[in-house]
Design a protein around this ligand. Structure first.
Ligand SMILES: [Cu+2]
Length: 144
């Protein structure tokens, strides 16, 4: 009798901790990227836990850009309306290579754990020499 209740409790604990783990693994942030100041650039981005512990993978897809080129981009803290600093260190990001059709994609692995609170957004900069000009932006929302 006593033995079976201990087994029951440990089975319950195992079940609840694996359910909690599954929730963590399915956490994801995503958002739509929209051009600013008349730019037709648009796209989508997702941010989720990386394969290694304490890493975050960010995927970005863009289209509608005017011409081939390279667009630096980052996840930043804050929102398109309230700008903040680069999230995860600027070195982790490689510029999006825009092809002749005006589309491109990039992926970054950040050396930080996926956040589960806070506010984040993606911004697309004009070019490496014109970082201050933001051509497209998108707020990231956490999936429930
Ligand atoms: Cu940036």
């Amino acid at each position: 009798m006593r033995h079976s209740s201990i087994v029951g409790i440990s089975a319950l604990l195992t079940l609840s901790s694996s359910a909690a783990l599954a929730l963590v693994l399915h956490e994801e942030w995503s958002g739509m990227v929209m051009g600013k100041d008349g730019s037709a650039i648009h796209g989508s981005a997702t941010m989720k836990a990386g394969k290694e512990a304490n890493t975050t993978d960010v995927m970005l897809k863009l289209s509608g850009d005017a011409a081939a080129g390279a667009r630096p981009w980052h996840v930043h803290s804050g929102s398109c309306a309230k700008a903040g600093g680069v999230f995860g260190g600027g070195k982790s990001y490689t510029a999006v290579a825009i092809d002749a059709k005006g589309a491109g994609e990039s992926k970054a692995t950040l050396p930080v754990a996926l956040p589960d609170t806070g506010m984040y957004y993606i911004n697309i900069h004009e070019s490496a020499t014109m970082m201050a000009k933001i051509v497209a932006c998108g707020d990231l929302k956490k999936a429930k």
